[in-house]
Design a protein around this ligand. Structure first.
Ligand code: SF4
Length: 400
């Protein structure tokens, strides 16, 4: 059947749009926004519109009720790389366990890590405790972002957030969410090679636009807008207080910004072992020098037991899971470690309140890896990384 004139015209338009890079995968034509700088004369009106919206629509979050320096610091650490809804139960429990800097500074590290279990990026918990200890020892708390940035685990974003929200310092917070809003406000279609390049590009503009009279509220409002309205794939422009200042201002065009080159995903696979003897589970305790998971327990990887992959995969495959960490796609497979021959690992003598060390002959003497037999009844009291906690519970449930 011959294609109608209208359809033919539409098809030509879509072909043209693809040639010009203006059509999305669905075939829908996206009108590219024209780049337009934010004129300084618009800053006062933009600030007023944003703050009015923020005061009317901000979410009621526990660190915003009866705010304190301590709540601001804890919430900013927890919110690094983590969504608000994930943080909420952790924040509530944290406040019960460690209600102030003094209590946190005096707590055993094991208790701090346990309270953080499942939240990921455990260096945050350790650094938060180091910050608490530094503040308790200091004659007074830092006030400026530059001063906050000298403390452990505090980068430019967290320093600006804490200093502006809790101390009134005029420091602009710029993370991926805030940079996204600025990329759209200016319809800036620069292709950025990384998130840090994107953030660096928009920091001068964010600093210029920041409201010097209310830097904390302004920063929070920008973060709130990025988290609830100017969303990565579905910006809600109709509900946005900045629509009239925005060069993109159309959801389809805005969703294309910022232009960020995604790093190529790399595939990794890890073989892990499930080894239960005499009601004890063999776990690997990550060394103190590890950057991410120091002192946490995990199911041992084949290499932790001095085994090659083929030997480790001789037992039954019990579980296989995939997860993404930064640019890596990691497939983890857990095999039962059969208890025969040279791999008949058995619990040895008690070496701690919760663990029993493997006999020193193998495999840990060769690798220096800390392996512990943890009584099944005590598993909940040791700190596992989030995925390992889920896998252990799953496998124990399967075992009945
Ligand atoms: S108008 Fe749309 S694109 Fe522009 S800042 Fe608001 S939500 Fe984002």
């Amino acid at each position: 059947m011959p294609i109608s004139r209208g359809l033919r015209a539409c098809a030509s338009l879509i072909v043209f749009a693809f040639e010009q890079g203006l059509a999305c995968a669905s075939g829908r034509v996206v009108v590219a926004a024209v780049a337009r700088p934010l004129p300084p004369s618009s800053y006062p009106a933009l600030r007023r519109a944003l703050l009015r919206w923020f005061h009317a629509h901000r979410r009621a979050l526990p660190w915003r009720e009866q705010p304190s320096l301590y709540k601001t610091v804890v919430s900013e650490f927890m919110l690094q790389q983590t969504q608000v809804k994930t943080v909420l139960p952790y924040f509530a429990r944290w406040q019960e366990l460690f209600p102030d800097f003094m209590t946190l500074a005096a707590a055993p590290e094991e208790a701090v890590l346990k309270a953080w279990e499942g939240l990921g990026y455990y260096s945050r918990a350790r650094n938060l405790q180091k910050v608490a200890r530094a503040l308790v020892a200091a004659p007074c708390a830092p006030r400026t972002a530059a001063q906050w940035e000298t403390l452990p685990g505090i980068g430019p974003y967290t320093a600006a957030a804490v200093a502006s929200i809790a101390c009134g310092d005029t420091a602009a917070c710029v993370d991926g969410n805030v940079a996204r809003v600025f990329a759209r406000l200016t319809a800036d279609s620069t292709a950025f090679a990384s998130g840090s390049e994107l953030v660096k590009h928009f920091r001068p503009l964010a600093t210029a636009v920041l409201d010097p009279a209310a830097p904390g509220d302004f920063n929070e409002a920008m973060m709130e807008l990025g988290a609830t309205v100017c969303l990565p794939r579905t910006p809600d422009c109709a509900r946005c207080p900045l629509q009239k200042h925005c060069a993109a201002a159309d959801p389809a065009a805005a969703a294309q910004l910022p232009q960020l080159t995604r790093p190529k995903t790399e595939q990794r696979s890890v073989t892990r072992l499930w080894c239960v003897r005499e009601d004890r589970l063999l776990l690997h305790r990550v060394s103190a020098s590890a950057r991410r998971l120091a002192h946490l327990h995990e199911l041992p990887a084949a290499a932790d037991l001095g085994l090659d992959e083929a030997a480790a995969q001789r037992g039954a495959l019990l579980l296989r899971r995939s997860r993404s960490i930064t640019r890596y796609r990691i497939e983890e497979s857990v095999y039962r470690l059969d208890g025969d021959g040279e791999h008949a690992y058995k619990p040895g003598e008690s070496s701690s309140a919760t663990g029993v060390a493997l006999p020193s002959a193998k495999p840990n003497s060769a690798t220096g890896v800390a392996l512990h037999w943890i009584p099944l009844a005590e598993l909940e009291s040791v700190t596992l990384s989030g995925p390992h906690r889920r896998w252990v519970r799953e496998l124990l449930a399967l075992a009945g």
